[in-house]
Write a protein that binds this ligand. Structure first.
Ligand code: AMP
Length: 461
């Protein structure tokens, strides 16, 4: 997962990019970068860690220009190395170019091998670099023509923000797997693009519209225009609504908050529980737990308090830290739990390690019964389009029944939202519109079975 941001023609382009990335920090905490464009000359600052750790006032002052793009990264392919930090910059016949990418290309290895056989030298392990090579080799002199040629060759998920020359460009893959939204600074100001609308709220921009699947949006001194490079087949990642996006964001016109309330409400219908209270696993389960409480009529309580000064446990790369992480992050409130039958709502069970620790914590704090409710269906398969779900064998639901998972996590009962319930919750009556491959096994873009070691962890199915 990653977050991208771009701004065109603003005197404080780098500063606003910094703020935009700060609002998108939940999409990746491993590294961040900003590239500013000062009349065609690019200035880059990238680093490992969080936005506020990398960019001080001095760093931002060294990023002149009225256009800028930025990226926050969580490794999905290519590994966690400083040289994979984005935005990536390169020189080609049209000049300097910088690109920030959210998503994962499923044929990056194949393309890379072909390019390497033809003599290409790669300087990172990131699949985004493949796009830059394909652009450079397209033979075209116009950057949009270069992009169209490159995008016809790549398959998978990509929301891209690029800057080169006097342009800011935003691209969304034909399925629109990952979000990308266009906005404008209030009062007729600069154009902005971002992974999520929460970035606009912080910088006082308003949402204009989503970049359409298969659209290249180009903003230059003459104004804006769009090129459609592929027929759209909208398949927004449903996990954005379940977990990844912030609840205060609106994706493809749908409020994430509303979706999560609905997930909780439908979950209460599908998996009711005889209990005294409903509580969330903060923060990921909060909004769905509210929906569950409203629909069930049970009181909503905060039986677990979160320490906000630790990162998302799942996102820590080391296994040992993840196991330790639950206690670092969550502390029960015995006064609320003592002798109570509790419904605890979380967004998903992936490996199952978090849920078991939470159930134990709640019992130790006095809960009499613990009923776990999950506001999405069992995760059966890995994601190949940019969400960092582990390989199939690490996914507890791929090899265990719901009853077996209940027993593994030591809960009194366990209930999941059904795939159909999830579809209804995100406002999608028909099957299409969303990618729910991790829940249903219906992968909209076929995934090659052979993959190099570099991507083995991701591709293994
Ligand atoms: P576990 O079952 O121990 O693997 O942890 C599952 C929890 O991690 C869920 O409740 C989510 O809050 C969170 N989570 C789920 N998917 C992801 C992801 N792709 N990246 C980071 N965190 C995730």
């Amino acid at each position: 997962m990653c977050g991208v941001f771009g701004i065109f023609d603003h005197p404080e382009a780098a500063n606003l990019t910094y703020l935009g990335l700060h609002a998108l920090q939940h999409r990746g905490q491993e590294s961040a970068g900003i590239v500013s464009n000062d009349e065609g000359t690019l200035h880059a600052r990238v680093g490992m860690g969080r936005v506020a750790e990398i960019f001080g006032r001095d760093a931002l002052r060294q990023l002149p220009g009225r256009t800028a793009i930025g990226h926050v990264r969580y490794t999905t392919s290519g590994g966690s190395l400083p040289r994979n930090v984005q935005p990536l910059t390169a020189q080609n016949r049209t000049g300097s170019i910088a690109v920030a990418h959210n998503g994962n290309l499923v044929n990056a290895d194949e393309l890379r091998e072909r390019l390497e056989a033809e003599g290409a030298i790669f300087s990172s392990m990131s699949d985004t670099e493949v796009i830059l090579h394909l652009m450079a080799r397209s033979g075209a002199t116009d950057i949009v023509d270069q992009l169209v040629a490159a995008l016809r060759a790549v398959r998978g998920a990509y929301s891209l923000v690029l800057t080169a020359g006097d342009l800011l460009i935003a691209v969304r893959d034909p399925h629109g797997f990952r979000p990308l939204v266009l906005g404008r600074m209030r009062g007729g100001g600069a154009d902005v693009v971002a992974s999520e609308t929460c970035a606009f709220d912080l910088i006082d921009a308003e949402r204009v519209r989503d970049i359409a699947p298969g659209e290249i949006w180009i903003r230059g001194p003459e104004g804006e225009r769009s090129v459609s490079f592929a027929g759209p087949d909208r398949r927004l990642c449903v996990f954005e609504h379940v977990y990844f996006a912030r609840p205060d964001s609106v994706i493809d016109g749908r409020s994430v908050y509303e979706s999560r309330i609905e997930m909780g409400r439908i979950l209460a219908e599908e998996a009711p529980a005889e209990a005294d209270l409903v509580m969330p696993v903060p923060d990921s389960g909060v909004v769905a737990a509210l929906g569950y409480a409203r629909a069930s009529g049970l009181p909503f309580e905060m039986g677990l308090i979160r320490n906000h000064y630790v990162g998302r446990t799942f996102i820590e790369p080391e296994d040992s830290i993840r196991h330790f992480g639950v206690k670092l992050k969550l502390n029960p409130v015995p006064e609320i739990l003592e002798g109570k039958r509790v419904v605890v709502v979380d967004d998903s069970i992936v490996r199952g390690t978090t849920s078991r620790k939470i159930v134990r914590l709640l019992r130790q704090a006095g809960a009499r019964e613990v009923h776990v409710r999950i506001s999405s269906p069992p995760v059966h398969g890995p994601c190949h389009y940019g969400i960092d779900t582990p390989t199939r064998k690490e996914l507890v639901a791929s090899s265990h029944t719901v009853e077996e998972i209940r027993s593994t996590i030591e809960a009194d009962s366990l209930g999941y939202l059904s795939p159909d319930g999830l579809r209804r919750a995100v406002g999608c009556e028909a099957r299409r519109g969303f990618c729910d491959a991790c829940f249903t096994g219906d992968y909209p873009v076929p995934v090659p079975r052979t993959a190099s070691k570099r991507q083995l962890r991701l591709i293994e199915v």
